[in-house]
Structures are given as C-alpha cells and as structure tokens.
Design a binder for this molecule. Structure first.
Ligand code: SF4
Length: 507
C-alpha cells in the first residue's frame, strides 16, 4: 500500500521525517499552497514569492527523484486535503507535526471529514524535543531562556569543558555591543538570482496581490537546498567571526552587517538547526579561522537557545498568548509601519529596509519597531499581525512569542523579567541613525525632541505602580516619581504632542 506524505511549506526536507525513509515506488507526496494563508494578511510579496518558489522547487526535486507529487493550489488546507482524498479515497496521510497552532487540527478535521485518517509524527526539524523542554520546565517558578540554554548546551556538550562552559562563562553579551566605526568595511553577502520558477512566482504574486506590502525587485533569498547550504557557508566563512561583537549594532545603509539571514532557510526546513550549529562550531574550533568565543557563543545562543525556547513558549502558551494585552494598550497600529513615512530616521530606515528586502535584524525588530509600539501604547495584537505579515521569515510560532511576550510584555512577563522599553539614548548608542534624524536625541521635552524619549517616560508613568513592583524596573520608576513635577509635566505634554502627530501621520 502506498504511503501518502503531506509536506507542509515549512517542512521542505528529505533529511528527517517521513521523506527520509520513503521510497518513490511506495510513497506519494501531497503539497498544498493555501490561498487563505496567502491572502489572510497583506503578506510581504517577497514572503509569498519565497514560500511558493521554495515549495515548487522542492516538489520538482522530489519528482526528479521519482516521487509522484500532487501539488495543489487550493483555497485552504482543508479543501486541498479533500481534493486529494477524492482522488485517493481512504488514504492515510502522514505528516510531521505542524508547529503553527491550529494547523494540525485543521488537517485532521479535513481528513476525518473525508473519511480518512492522519498519522501525525514527531516534527524532527527541531534540536530539542517537547519532552526535553517539559522535563526542564517542570516545577520551575519562572521560565527563563538563560537556564534553558545552559541545560540544552550541557546536554549536547557544545562549547563545554566538562560540566563548565568553555571560557568559564555562559554569556558574552557584554562583549557583543560594539558599533562599527565610520568607513567600516562590511563583507558583501551572496544573494541568489531568481530562476524561472522564482520569476514565475514573482509574476503571480505581483498580479494576484498587488496591494500587499513590499516590493519584489530585490528578491535574492535562497529557495533550494543547494542555495541554503551556500548561504550557510557564506555566513560561516565571511561573517561568523564578527557576528558577535556587532550583533546589536544598526548602521544606516547596511541591511545585513554580520547577521546570518539563516532564519529564512531554517524556517522553511531547507536547513536543519543541527547542521547549522555543527557547521558553525566546526569552523570556530579551528584557531586559524579567528572566530572569537563571543561570536560563536552568541550564534549558538540564537539557534540552540532562543529559537528553540521560543517555539516551546509558543507551544505551551497558545492560544491565549496571541490575545494577551496585559498592559491594556489600545492605540491602532500607526500608518507609518506600512508607509515608512516619518521623520524619525530609526523607524523610517527600518520600515524602508523591510519593504525592500523583507528583513531587518533582531535589534531593529526589538528596540526600534517593537520598542516604539510599546512606549506608544500600540495594541500588541495589531503589531503581532504586522510582524507576521511583513517579514519573509515570519511564522506564527516565532512571531507571536517574540512580539506578544518579549517585545510588548503583553503577557506581563511569562518568560521575561521586564519590558524591553528604551529611550532614544539606546538607539543613539547602538546606531548612527540619530546623526541624520530630524529630531534631537539629546532633548526629552523640546518641540524637536526625540519622540522615543518622552514616550518612554510616559510609558513609565502610565504603568508606574506595576513597575515599582518589578524588581528590574523599580529603580527607574522610583526615580521618575521623585522628579520635579514641572519637569514631568513638560515631558508628558511632549509625549501627548508626539501621539497627536502620530495619529495625524505627521510625526
Ligand atoms: Fe530615532 Fe530619536 Fe534617534 Fe531620531 S533621534 S533616530 S527618532 S532615536
């Protein structure tokens, strides 16, 4: 009897899962492009191009290997599955467990409704299992990345010296806050010229969803396994060594700096996080390659630590995580998040970069785009949808915990100890944005003062009772309480003025 393997758009791999052991003469493959998913939000056109092109390339590869592939463009998963089961009545579908919440239920309901059965098997595209996380989390009062990361690093022996971390410390964040000076020579990044399948996907996306966010012209993302491996090699060889020191820096005119961009092929399943970590560790282990411990540790922390931690937080936190709004933030998402139209250089450059490329790095996401929404009191659910729509690597499992939890504190700290709120001072320290900005980062209450400054203090003021009770925010909140009432009134008046301009789209 033939196996019927359902391959989802973020599971494009033959290296693990049901396809690993499947034989073309005994297995058929089903792949579904869901129009509902594509149209549900104004997704970046490059994101749709990327997913369609990568899925179509994967289907082509499987066909070349001799598999029969049913590649359906359906209204949604349910109709695709029903269509397939009309052709193969009673077929038992095998699928790796979907990571995004609700997809597994949708698949099972559709198959059961059509009189068939689905065998959901473990998703092997992760480094850590549900059991490993659950055993670590059991009995803990709070779930913190740092301790999860130590536990999983120890278990794998990565960057370990017996039971101790190599170099004697687990964390090198303090070394990783450098900003490149003027004239710094960044390496160029290998992009990928769209081939015929990608060009076809572009034409389809531009014609079908002309009003979606972003622009397709600069598309250079890897869409095949071979390109994904090249992207990995390019990062390891040319950017890994300087990744750590500059990982939090932002530089006008530099989209990539030393970031890996590997979340894109990782989130499609084209790369496995194990091979990414092992390749980086192997390169860093040769002293001739000059990779500082702070760089390799910072990278492993992102892939083994943060990426895995987020998907577990999502797994145990859904569905309420997506609806959380503990700070009662109700401001509609400002139009500038779509248009990029603002005199604030940090926001303007970040939105412009995302529209061109579908990408911005983690500090632009957290400390510019997320921070501004947080201090301005934007509804976190609207911001979550915006992040989900505008980034090429955005999937619900990664966006929702990062935005609702880490960035917007909407869950009131289920896995973080404080909100990531900052004034313009942080952005000025970590970037060269402020130098070309129309606003004055040194001013807090002047007519031309940096909007981040007064909004930051109004955010502290708005939730002052909560922050006084938070051990990491109490000093700031008490300091604010003791300030001269007239100075506070001036700052809050400036914040009101900023919010008015924000509503008028004149900020
Ligand atoms: Fe952003 Fe303020 Fe700096 Fe302008 S001055 S770039 S608004 S932080």
């Amino acid at each position: 009897m033939a196996e019927h393997i359902l391959v989802l758009g973020d599971q494009l791999t033959e290296r693990v899962g049901p396809l690993f052991s499947a034989e073309p003469d005994r297995a058929r493959v089903l792949m579904i492009e869901s129009r509902e998913l594509a149209a549900g939000l104004p997704h970046h056109k490059q994101k749709l191009m990327l997913v369609f092109s990568a899925m179509r390339h994967f289907a082509q590869t499987l066909r070349e290997r001799g598999f029969d592939v049913s590649y359906l463009q359906a209204a949604n998963f349910a109709t695709g599955i029903r269509e397939y089961l009309d052709e193969f009545p009673g077929a038992e579908l095998v699928v790796m467990r979907p990571t995004d919440w609700g997809v597994e239920r949708e698949i099972i309901d559709a198959a059961v409704g059509a009189g068939a059965h689905v065998n959901v098997v473990d998703n092997e595209l992760w480094l850590t299992s549900d059991a490993e996380f659950d055993a670590w989390a059991e009995g803990r009062k709070s779930l913190r990345l740092e301790y999860f990361y130590r536990s999983v690093r120890k278990a794998r022996g990565w960057l370990m010296d017996g039971d101790k971390p190599v170099g004697g410390r687990w964390n090198y964040d303090a070394e990783n806050r450098q900003v490149p000076g003027p004239g710094h020579d960044f390496p160029s990044v290998a992009g990928f010229e769209p081939d015929a399948l990608t060009v076809e996907a572009r034409a389809q996306v531009d014609a079908t969803w002309p009003d979606h966010f972003g622009d397709t012209r600069a598309f250079a993302w890897p869409v095949t396994r071979e390109q994904a491996v090249q992207a990995l090699e390019d990062f390891v060889e040319h950017r890994l060594a300087s990744f750590g020191p500059y990982e939090d820096a932002m530089v006008e005119g530099e989209d990539v700096l030393y970031h890996s961009l590997l979340s894109v092929p990782l989130n499609l399943g084209l790369l496995h996080p194990r091979e990414v970590c092992e390749r980086a560790l192997a390169h860093a282990s040769d002293p001739l390659n000059g990779v500082p411990l702070a760089s390799i540790e910072g990278f492993i922390r992102q892939v083994l630590g943060w990426r895995e931690f987020m998907r577990h937080i999502y797994r145990i936190g859904m569905p309420h995580l997506r609806e959380a709004n503990g700070l009662d933030a109700t401001r509609p998402l400002p139009n500038l998040y779509w248009s990029g139209s603002t005199r604030m250089t940090c926001l303007q450059r970040s939105v412009d970069q995302i529209a061109r490329t579908g990408h911005a790095h983690h500090i632009q996401r957290l400390m510019v785009l997320g921070n501004f929404a947080l201090v301005a009191g934007v509804d976190p659910r609207e911001l979550n949808d915006w992040f989900l729509a505008t980034f090429v690597d955005a999937l619900d499992w990664v966006v929702t915990p990062n935005v609702m939890g880490m960035s917007q504190f909407a869950d009131l700290g289920s896995f973080t100890s404080k909100p990531y709120a900052a004034s313009g001072k942080y952005i000025d320290r970590m970037s060269n944005y402020c130098a070309s900005c129309a606003y004055d980062v040194k001013s807090v209450d002047g007519d031309n003062s940096c909007p981040m400054n007064s909004l930051y203090w109004s955010f502290i003021d708005r939730h002052r009772e909560r922050w006084v009770a938070n051990h990491r925010m109490a000093v700031i909140a008490r300091g604010w309480a003791k300030r001269d009432p007239e100075a506070k009134a001036r700052i809050l008046a400036r914040a009101g003025d900023v919010l008015e301009k924000l509503s008028d789209n004149t900020l």
